[in-house]
Design a protein. Structure first.
Length: 116
C-alpha cells in the first residue's frame, strides 16, 4: 500500500510537469533550489569540520595544508563546472581524472596527518 501511494505521488507530480503551463520551468526551479540547499548543507558541514579540527589543520606543514586546500578548491571548481565539462567525452574524462587527483590528495594528507 505504501509503494502504491508513493508511485501515485510521483505520477501526480509528473502529470503536473507534463501538462501544466510552464511546468518544466517550475520543475527546473525546484531542482535548482534543492541543489542549492544541498550545497549549502555541504558547505556548513565542511565549515563545522574545519572548526572542530582547527588545531589539527594548523599542525599540518604548510605544504600539506596547501595540498589539502587546493584539492578542496579543485572539488568546488569541478562541481561548479560540471555542466560544461560533461558536454564532451574528453571533458568528462578530465573531470573524472581531476576528481580522482583531488581525492588522492586529500587521502594522502589525511593518512599522513593520522600517522603523525
Amino acid at each position: 500500500m505504501l509503494v502504491a501511494r508513493n508511485i501515485s505521488i510521483i505520477a501526480v507530480l509528473a502529470l503536473g510537469v507534463a501538462f501544466l503551463p510552464r511546468g518544466g520551468d517550475v520543475a527546473s526551479a525546484v531542482f535548482t533550489a534543492i541543489t542549492m540547499a544541498f550545497l549549502a548543507v555541504l558547505t556548513l558541514a565542511v565549515f563545522g569540520a574545519s572548526r572542530s579540527n582547527s588545531m589539527t589543520l594548523l599542525a599540518l606543514p604548510d605544504s600539506r595544508r596547501f595540498v589539502l586546500y587546493s584539492a578542496l578548491g579543485l572539488i568546488v571548481l569541478l562541481i561548479a563546472g560540471s555542466s560544461k565539462m560533461f558536454n564532451t567525452g574528453l571533458g568528462t574524462l578530465a573531470w573524472i581524472l581531476l576528481l580522482a587527483s583531488a581525492v588522492i590528495g586529500i587521502w594522502l594528507v589525511w593518512s599522513e596527518a593520522k600517522s603523525l
